[in-house]
Design a protein around this ligand. Structure first.
Ligand SMILES: [Zn+2]
Length: 305
């Protein structure tokens, strides 16, 4: 089957997305980067049976007005979609070649804000995200269009998983294929933790996880790179940028972490080092030693103030 390129168009709802993130990047930029790894990588390959191929993340938009803390309704959701698409903050369906591409608009809501069901306005606590069809925009019809909304999770990694679940299902034409593999748990693909989805062709959940690092031996420099990547991945889920004037700027690098947050970050990093380097005892010990040294350095008085 000829496949169409998947194009994710993220629309971030709330100024939070422009301000919170690892040093030098906003949470939106961090999320776009992770989504690009997935949509451009082998996660997509079992979807080709459903006519979906590898693609990319298009120009995204941060709508700076926060959703109401009391929750967002479907009409508010529609308003933000219309504003972002019809005012050209993101590419419109008319900008794509729909014979070759599958634009997938996703409204990604600031963490901590609930979706309110229509018409009861009851909090929709059981859904983290939802995909549905949207067949029109101001420029005309958009046959077969699909969009989703995603409630921001407490971590970027969690938000990514919610969105990827919807992406796998939206254009598959095969139903809730990610729900069908929920019991199988998530897997790491191209270094990102993602949900699996059902592959009719394979009669199993897909894709396969990355090969296990067990048995692989690491060079010393490889160990350091791995530890730094783990640590920054964790700290990246926290803060780091602040809106000063119109531009998010890094705020006091390292200093934004409280003592408790720093402790938690290192505890998580330690267990990830154990897990990822565990297959090579020498690498594991070297990784843990390097991590402790890094921590001591960050806690030195001249850095901690
Ligand atoms: Zn689902």
């Amino acid at each position: 089957m000829a496949t169409k390129q998947m194009v994710i168009i993220p629309i971030y709802w709330g100024g939070w997305w422009a301000t919170r993130g690892p040093v030098g990047r906003s949470a939106a930029a961090e999320m776009n980067g992770i989504l690009q790894t997935i949509v451009g990588g082998r996660y997509m390959d079992c979807l080709s049976q459903y006519g979906i191929g590898r693609g990319y993340v298009a120009r995204s938009y941060v709508y700076p007005v926060d959703p109401p803390a009391s929750g967002f309704t479907d009409s508010m959701r529609d308003y933000v979609f219309s504003l972002a698409i019809n005012q050209g903050h993101v590419p419109t369906p008319g900008d794509f070649n729909l014979n070759l591409q599958r634009p997938f608009y996703c409204l990604i809501v600031k963490p901590g804000v609930e979706h309110l069901l229509d018409p009861s306005l009851a909090p929709d606590v059981n859904s983290g995200a939802y995909h549905y069809s949207k067949n029109y925009w101001n420029g005309g019809p958009w046959p077969g269009g699909q969009v989703c909304w995603v409630k921001g999770d407490t971590t970027i990694a969690g938000t990514v998983q919610r969105l990827i679940h919807e992406m796998a299902e939206a254009y598959s034409g095969a139903g809730e294929i990610a729900d069908k593999c929920q019991g199988a748990g998530s897997v790491v693909v191209d270094g990102v933790t993602v949900p699996q989805y059902w592959s009719v062709a394979d009669n199993s959940c897909c894709p396969e996880p990355d090969p296990s690092p067990i048995g692989v031996s690491f060079s010393r420099i490889g160990v350091y790179v791995q530890v730094v990547r783990i640590l920054f991945g964790i700290i990246g889920d926290g803060g780091g940028l602040e809106l000063r004037g119109p531009t998010p700027v890094p705020v006091d690098p390292w200093g934004w972490l409280t003592k408790g947050e720093l402790k938690n970050a290192f505890e998580r990093a330690e267990s990830m080092v154990e897990q990822e380097l565990g297959g090579d005892d020498q690498a594991r010990r070297e990784g843990l030693r390097f991590l402790r040294e890094f921590k001591r350095m960050l806690q030195a008085p001249e850095v901690r103030r």
